[in-house]
Design a protein around this ligand. Sequence first.
Ligand SMILES: Nc1nc2c(ncn2[C@@H]2O[C@H](COP(=O)(O)OP(=O)(O)O)[C@@H](O)[C@H]2O)c(=O)[nH]1
Ligand SMILES: [Mg+2]
Length: 471
Amino acid sequence: MMKLISLRRRKLVNLLLLLTVCVGLPTIFIYAQGHKHLIKIAENYYNEDDWSSMKALTDKFDFSYLPGLKHLKSSTPELDQNGVVLAPGKVQFKFLNRGMRKGTPEDIVKQGMKDYQKLMSQKVGGPKDATLVPAPAKDDLHNYKHANATILALVRNEEVSKIGQSIRRLQKQFNAKFNYPYTFLNDQPFTDKFKIRILKYTEGAPVEFVHIKPELWDKPSSIDHEREKKEMQILFDHDIAYAKKASYHNMCRFYLGQFYNVPELAKYKYYWRIEPQVKFFTSIDYDVFKYMEDTQKIYGFTINLYDIEESIKTLWPETLRFLNENDNYKYVNPNGTFQWLLEDLQNPKKNKVAGGYSTCHFWSNFEIGDMDFFRGEAYNNWFKHLDSTGKFYYERWGDAPVHSIGVSLFAPKDKIHWFRDIGYEHDPYYSCPATDTTQHCEIGKFSRWEHLYDQNCLMNWLDHDQQKNVY
Ligand SMILES: Nc1nc2c(ncn2[C@@H]2O[C@H](COP(=O)(O)OP(=O)(O)O)[C@@H](O)[C@H]2O)c(=O)[nH]1
Ligand SMILES: [Mg+2]
């Protein structure tokens, strides 16, 4: 009996040994090979420079138990504290809600406007991050050493009275004290009538009248007319202002990608853009151009607002495409104003339609800027990419969002300045600060139409990108 049991046990042990050799070892071998194979696949994904595919792979499966993949995890580009990944072909941005705004879009507008009005009703003087240069005595004006700057207006002959109103107000508040030169630009020759009237408003300041060359103004020959007509009709059906106005498309393209190449402007670094029928509510008693120069700022604004999303549906996606081509990621300044561009709380629909861009922009009818920035490689290569898409005509990309995205991506945020002390209006929006000289505007009011309050993007600018307060 005992013999029988030990015989069976021996058979059982032999069977187990046989199973281990025939099944277990090959399994272990195949499993180990499988690991190696998986690591190889993953490494190939990574080496092929396809970070997003790799990320999709690691998101779907948990490979963390594989020691060979640890280094992949750590070398995956991470979002930095500014909400950006900057690596070749992997540029991406993430909104971080630094302002901790909460609630419905209506709540956010209400709270934002309350904060805005509180801020604007605090008395403000000139900026404190530079020694401001005051106006010279009247008798010394002819000896005054100006910054390399001009006041700039693109304008039509028939707008002479309207631009005249703007010049009169600017002369009173600023330029009668400093005597900076004016440059008037037009795609048509200026008439004598226009010139004579303008010289009355400019009070002896140097003036240049420039006829823009067609190559800087005209629609490029590469634009497909049939497609343009079709796309303009779609914009028109969506009630987009100026959708079918061909000259408006030319104007936008000129102001965003060409004006700084006008030969007569080559001698200048800084410009102050004005438009017909704008108002200035405060006296500006320091040299704003010298302020820009001393602080090396590249762009100054007064009003900051949302855009018509239907007019810029693919501007941001095209920008991301550009940044992810070749080594274009290098143009992005790690300290750029990204969060303001990405915000999606106040007008979430705009962000969605515009492919992840808040549509927030500096209102470019007022700009004090450094043309050398626009003349630089980053802005120009990006403009060339945008221009190659034809979307200045197939959509209606404005000069304001393009300038705004450009300075926000390619310059650090402390080089962009909010002129909080300059009271300004281009209908229907205001900037009306509390200063010693504010006149003819209601302090803290953003628009004469309350239903437009949701268009104010200034708190978003202050909240999310934490601008240094220079006032
Ligand atoms: N010379 C010229 N100036 C233009 C033309 N279209 C627009 N502008 C100017 O470009 C600026 C912006 O145009 P505007 O009509 O004020 O646009 P809005 O402020 O967006 O409504 C103004 O200074 C206009 O005088 C054009 O076809 N020719
Ligand atoms: Mg205008």
